[in-house]
Write a protein that binds this ligand. Sequence first.
Ligand code: FES
Ligand code: FE2
Length: 422
Amino acid sequence: MPAASSGYRYDPNRVAALVDSYRHGGPLPRAFYVDPEIFQADMDRIWSRYWLYAGHACQIPRPGDWMTWSIGHDSIVLARGPDGAIRAFHNTCRHRGARFCTAERGHGRAFACPYHGWSYDLEGRLLTRTQADFGVPESQLGLHPVQLRNTAGILWIALADDPVPFDAAHADLAARLRHQGLDDAKLAVGRRYTVGANWKLVFENNRECYHCPVAHPEYVKGTYDVQRSVPRHVAEVQRQTELANAHFRALGIDTGDAWSDMTGAFWRAHRTPLMDGWKSQSLDGRPVAPLMGTFRDRNTWSDGTLRTTVFPNFWQHASDDHAVATRITPVDAARCIVDVWWFVHKDAVEGRDYDLASLMPFWQRTSEQDWVICEANQLGVSSSRYVPGPYSRSLEQNVQHFVDWYLGELSGRAPQRAEAAA
Ligand code: FES
Ligand SMILES: [Fe+2]
């Protein structure tokens, strides 16, 4: 099997044949969810070419703060330098390659490799003198940089030297995200899960709310995701959406509707109204933290949320007073790690301004309910009798969009769409 430059090994002809075997209108064949070779192709074609959500800038707020993220073969260090700028590097020493950061986060003025003690500053420069004994000047042995973008406080890295274009996504996302105050936030709490499901099943699950009435008793109380497709509720949802949009316009923010369509080929940021009387995505709709961003500046609530989704590893639901972000990290064909992070205003104090007991449950329960059904899905698609069934034309079109995007990127055949259908 040939190895791609990313180091992942798979047979492109076999992958192409499997892509060709896909029947539009339903989920992927079994191999895409269970086969280690497809997993290698995913890592090469998707995860090594796309912009990946690494975390929020506020997770490393002070100069000297750093965090690491391991993805596939690679580990990335994100560090805030003395100038306040965040940079990303490959976590591999330029001497004999040791991983020099073994912790997940830390603070300091330099990185010291645990093997022979070479040290690097926060801008990636080698501080150890190498010219005399090694015959190579230290200026040529800086850490390998990793491309990094910061979109209104959200950090993306790209493992490839020539990743997919991101400018349009950045502009579209930034225009909406800037209202949420995420560059003025702090991490309140996080939960990490190892989910026994292929990363695509986890994302497919995120792309529809057909399962919500069955799986999410808390979630469906606060949003119109389900009502919008029930004929007797359509007029009410439309009325509420128009009211919400008038309110959004008065606040000078973007408008949206109750349908969560994509705004771009692999991304979307979409404002939706909460149900009448709800302020925030909490169990009872009441506020759970101080206002953030534009809403803090204006001291008013929008009574909506901004949903942001970026393939292949990010989604976030931002209320006016907090945001909950999800990061997927694939482990193998049948597992991924999912981090769920809750953000609040940077000055909010736990116990005084917010309590985890009211901040967390809405998305903690909804997320954990999702992992249960994703794991059931993985077990079922592993069955020798699994045959892809049909998608709903009205409730699973966003799943179809995800699958179409995925297969196009995997085969390298589909032109990247500049704009998806509204
Ligand atoms: S491998 Fe890092 S100092 Fe030798
Ligand atoms: Fe769900």
